[in-house]
Design a protein around this ligand. Structure first.
Ligand code: ZN
Length: 173
């Protein structure tokens, strides 16, 4: 894997999509670097998921992810609003959905530079029940939109304490 490919993979692997119940040491050296997974929404409509250990395997053991993923990450730009984004938005705003899925949707919607994603995250931030469990993830995603200049300054004092925490965490990076 080239240095440029590795950099793109790292850039795309910043947010943990979901924390899995099991955990897994490296088969080669026994190292353990987390038990979540990264998800990669490619512009062509594909979605790849990989355990957090992928970066360890690449950097320490010469693993090369599939060509489709490497090439997909090379394609410039974020995906356009599509059925995946529509589905994530639906899950995020559906109060009957599983809170873990709603939390994952809040993480994954950040892949789209689209006002609809931002609007859904703002609404989710004001859902008290959801913010209790997923406020941190929502806050991090909101902060990413601010970072990209797509959201004007958020009125953080209006937000749930967990959402504010997520915003601060992400902004402090
Ligand atoms: Zn290892």
């Amino acid at each position: 894997m080239t240095g440029a490919e590795l950099e793109r993979l790292k850039t795309s692997s910043r947010r943990i999509g979901s924390v899995t119940l099991g955990w897994h040491d490296c088969d080669f050296c026994g190292a353990f670097e987390g038990n979540g997974e990264y998800r990669y929404y490619l512009p062509d409509g594909e979605v790849y998921a990989a355990p957090m250990m992928i970066l360890h395997y690449v950097e320490e053991h010469g693993y090369r992810p599939p060509r489709e993923l490497r090439d997909g990450l090379e394609t410039a730009g974020r995906p356009r609003w599509d059925w995946r984004a529509e589905r994530l938005r639906g899950v995020l705003l559906d109060q009957s959905e599983d809170p873990d899925f709603r939390c994952q949707a809040a993480v994954d919607l950040v892949n789209w530079d689209d006002p609809r994603a931002l609007d859904a995250l703002r609404r989710a931030a004001h859902d008290e029940d959801l913010a209790d469990s997923a406020g941190d993830a929502i806050g991090r995603s909101l902060a990413a939109f601010v970072d990209r200049g797509l959201a004007r300054e958020l009125l953080v004092e209006d937000l749930h304490v967990m959402v504010r925490h997520g915003i601060e965490e992400e902004s402090g990076r």
